[in-house]
Design a protein around this ligand. Structure first.
Ligand SMILES: Nc1nc2c(ncn2[C@@H]2O[C@H](COP(=O)(O)OP(=O)(O)O)[C@@H](O)[C@H]2O)c(=O)[nH]1
Ligand SMILES: Nc1ncnc2c1ncn2[C@@H]1O[C@H](COP(=O)(O)OP(=O)(O)O)[C@@H](O)[C@H]1O
Length: 213
């Protein structure tokens, strides 16, 4: 039986650049992991193709899929459903290949519940930590606007705690490279599912642990 693939989840606040970074990474190539195409009820935009950018379906089809347990996760975002079909993820992981999801934060937390051994990457806007100090120190914005920004930043920072890694999206290519580094490192990790590493050493199974898929 092949070693089970790894699930990689890229998420982060709305507008941080998840879609842009994911597209850049797959366009560049060298991505030896499979992108899970999401299902959505939103209308295709110009140039988008069914089965390539998304599976575009009706609200009824989407709700049927939820009701029959066909979704790993789903969320409503600006009046439309977005979700990850379960079967593709399951089959691909079982075949030993790694799977990459790019989803919004509510969906990512559902995946964390169901597949806690996934690798959860949070994409952040640059200078998130400095935002609060800067806004207060500068004192040019109205208090209402400062409060709004701080509340938003605080919520974003709180969300970050639920992830394994934070990647700053300052420049698209740098963000892509950081994500690649995380994936490379995670592939060398001692698997958490093996209870007795010492015994594996004795029985010479360790060399299989980091073997390629
Ligand atoms: N939960 C969840 N979110 C998704 C999925 N696919 C895409 N999204 C997110 O849905 C949001 C809207 O995506 P989209 O309509 O393509 O617009 P854009 O990325 O804002 O240009 C983005 O934050 C995506 O990351 C999915 O399968 N599940
Ligand atoms: N590193 C970056 N530098 C500048 N602009 C960016 C960067 N990453 C993304 N963007 C821009 O930010 C906007 C939101 O990106 P998008 O990928 O749609 O975000 P998300 O999928 O997280 O909602 C887009 O206009 C995109 O071109």
């Amino acid at each position: 039986m092949p070693k089970r693939g790894m699930l990689i989840v890229l998420s982060g606040p709305s507008g941080v650049g998840k879609g842009t970074v994911r597209k850049a990474m797959f366009d560049q190539g060298g991505t030896d992991f499979q992108y899970s195409i999401s299902m959505t009820t939103r209308q295709p935009r110009d140039g988008e193709q069914n089965g390539q950018d998304y599976f575009f379906v009706s609200k009824e089809e989407f709700e049927h899929k939820i009701a029959t347990g066909g979704m790993l996760e789903y969320a409503k975002y600006v009046d439309n459903y977005y979700g990850t079909p379960l079967e593709y993820v399951q089959d691909t992981l079982a075949s030993g290949k790694d799977v990459f999801l790019e989803i919004e934060v509510n969906g990512a937390m559902q995946v964390r519940e169901k597949m806690p051994d996934g690798v959860f990457i949070f994409l952040t806007p640059p200078d998130l930590m400095a935002l609060k100090q800067r806004l207060i120190g500068r004192g040019t914005e109205s208090m209402a606007i400062i409060n709004e920004r701080i509340a938003q930043a605080e919520n974003e920072i709180k969300m970050m705690r639920n992830y394994d890694y934070a990647v700053v999206n300052d420049q698209i290519n740098l963000a892509v490279e950081r994500i690649r580094e995380i994936i490379r490192a995670e592939r060398l990790r001692v698997p958490r599912v093996y209870p007795d590493y010492a015994q594996m050493l004795e029985s010479k199974q360790v060399e299989n642990v980091n073997s390629e898929n």
